[in-house]
Design a protein around this ligand. Structure first.
Ligand code: ADP
Ligand code: PMV
Length: 498
């Protein structure tokens, strides 16, 4: 018997002894990347093979927070990504399970106990093509008993993290699915740090939205030869529902994170009127910036940081508005520069301007009250070494900073900075900007060099056992360091944008 068959048999045995009735929730440790549960049930639906979706995180180069208040922001996809494996169960299993080992969430709902009557009531029912721009309080209320049963014994902080992730899934599942939905297991792993300003919540929302829209057969493609306009429509649909998932996680999102996680590349984003779709301008000439990405490892919640700026705007409207407008001017100046016909990214003056604008943007964010001593420490180290220009990225209050490196920064100085950052428990990332957006691996089979028998099936066990972020990338990578054959992406027209 091959090792693979043996593993499958063991899994079947394990499955036979698993209680799958009712809700069950297990906390495996603290949030962050922690111990992962074993696969528990046998997937057995040849008609619905397991498949995967994947979406990237992002960095906001200019304009975070201002973008929540209707101003423009510039953001780009990064090569760190989330991966969602969808496994359909055989007909007799009437359960939906979330296996989110990165946060230690392991929860099962009984499909027939979910509040279908509320979500499918004619006055509430949303179609997959509807534009949903706010959460319906009655639907949110109907979900509460089913969220309260998620990790009830966890600490309040873990509960918040678990229930936020579960609520984004459940709202989309109940809005897009129906009681006839087959039992499924959704297994999620991400190479993104969580709550670090790099759009982890948007990236999981995009994975969930794409997976559910695929399961209800409302997406065409992605496939080669797909007309770009059709591809664009599919991406819009995924993005709309991902925005709904984001609203569940952090209340008042601008939509920039999910837009970049869906479409990838780099964009100028602006949403003046929340009842209408945002204006999204692809930035075709986005420069290959030599960026250093540093995570402070200081946890914070986007919702809190956004609320802080909201409160400041309420108490000091004129001053706050002036700062938000100044941030928008920074973004617009950078946009003008990179979209001008004689833009030369290799010119040292270009780095100087882009960097100075980053510094100004950071200063304004400090004034809005969303920096943190750990972010200021990164700035201090970079400034002291004369290595480049730094700003916080994302919601701030901790999270991450980006540093644009001076073209003439010496390797010795750079090494010194790296050593200092490591010594002080900062986390450094190497990432490339402007990669692909949402991708699909259908079925979840990857071909490897030299494979003759159709490729390697990615099942729950393999996916859960991949060691750390590197293991996930190596196993299923859809971008960055590893890009496995088999992943497909919706491609839109290259001719649009600046
Ligand atoms: N890999 C993951 N697995 C499960 N849930 C996740 C994951 N990544 C993000 N989340 C959810 O998103 C929340 C973080 O969102 P947020 O505070 O907006 O931070 P970020 O800046 O990373 O988007 C987490 O509390 C969790 O609910
Ligand atoms: C602060 C904000 O502009 C960016 C938040 O990014 P993140 O959740 O910290 O990755 C909020 C938003 O645009 O929704």
């Amino acid at each position: 018997m091959s090792r693979h068959t043996e593993m499958k048999r063991n899994l079947e045995k394990k499955m036979a002894s698993t209680n799958i009735n009712g809700t069950e929730s297990k906390i495996d440790g603290s949030p962050g990347k922690i111990g992962r549960p074993k696969a528990e049930r046998k997937p057995s639906s040849p008609m619905n093979p397991a498949f995967m979706t994947s979406a990237p995180g992002k960095v906001i180069v200019y304009g975070e927070h201002a973008v929540v208040h209707g101003k423009a922001a510039m953001a780009a996809a990064i090569s760190l990504r989330s991966y969602l494996l969808v496994t359909t169960l055989s007909k007799s299993y009437r359960t939906i399970s979330l296996r989110f080992p990165d946060i230690g969430l392991n929860h099962t709902w009984n499909i027939d106990e979910l509040p279908w009557s509320t979500f499918s009531h004619p006055s509430k029912k949303k179609m997959y093509y509807d534009l949903v721009t706010s959460l319906d309080p009655d639907l949110v209320e109907a979900m509460q008993p089913h969220l309260r049963s998620v990790s009830p014994k966890a600490t309040s902080e873990h509960k918040r993290i678990h229930q936020a992730a579960a609520s984004s899934f459940l709202y989309l599942f109940l809005s897009l699915g129906s009681q006839k939905f087959p039992g499924c297991i959704y297994t999620l792993r991400s190479t993104l740090p969580i709550g670090a300003g790099l759009g982890s919540s948007a990236s999981i929302s995009v994975c969930q939205s794409a997976a559910l829209l695929l399961q209800i057969r409302t997406l065409a493609g992605p496939h080669e030869d797909q007309p770009p306009d059709e591809a664009e429509l599919q991406l819009e649909r995924i993005n709309h529902w991902a925005f709904v998932g984001e609203m569940c996680i952090h209340g008042n999102p601008s939509g920039v994170d999910n837009t970049v996680a869906t479409g990838g590349k780099a964009v100028l984003f602006k949403r003046g009127d929340y009842s209408k779709p945002p204006t999204v301008t692809p930035l075709r000439n986005f420069p290959e910036l030599p960026l250093l990405l540093v995570n402070t490892r200081q946890p914070r919640s986007t919702a809190n940081e956004v609320a802080k700026v909201g409160a400041l705007k309420k108490s000091m409207p004129i001053i706050t508005d002036l700062m938000l407008e100044a941030i928008e001017k920074v973004t617009e100046t950078a946009h003008k520069l990179i979209s001008s016909p004689d833009f030369d990214e290799k010119d040292p003056k270009t780095s100087e301007t882009i960097g100075t604008l980053m510094n100004i943007n950071h200063g304004l964010l400090v004034s809005l009250g969303v920096s943190h001593p750990r972010l200021e420490r990164i700035r201090e180290l970079v400034d002291f070494g004369g290595i480049g220009w730094t700003k916080l990225t994302g919601a701030g209050g901790g999270g991450s900073a980006i540093t644009l490196l001076r073209p003439d920064a010496s390797p010795e100085k750079l090494q010194e900075l790296h050593d200092k950052l490591d010594e002080e428990n900062f986390e450094r990332f190497e990432t490339t900007l402007g990669g692909d957006g949402v991708g699909v691996l259908f079925p979840a089979v990857l071909r490897q060099e030299g494979d003759e028998d159709g490729g390697v099936e990615i099942d729950q066990e393999k996916f859960l056992e991949a060691e750390g972020e590197d293991g996930v990338e190596k196993l299923v990578g859809a971008g960055g360091r590893a890009k496995k054959e088999g992943w497909k992406f919706w491609r839109v027209s290259e001719s649009k944008g600046a």
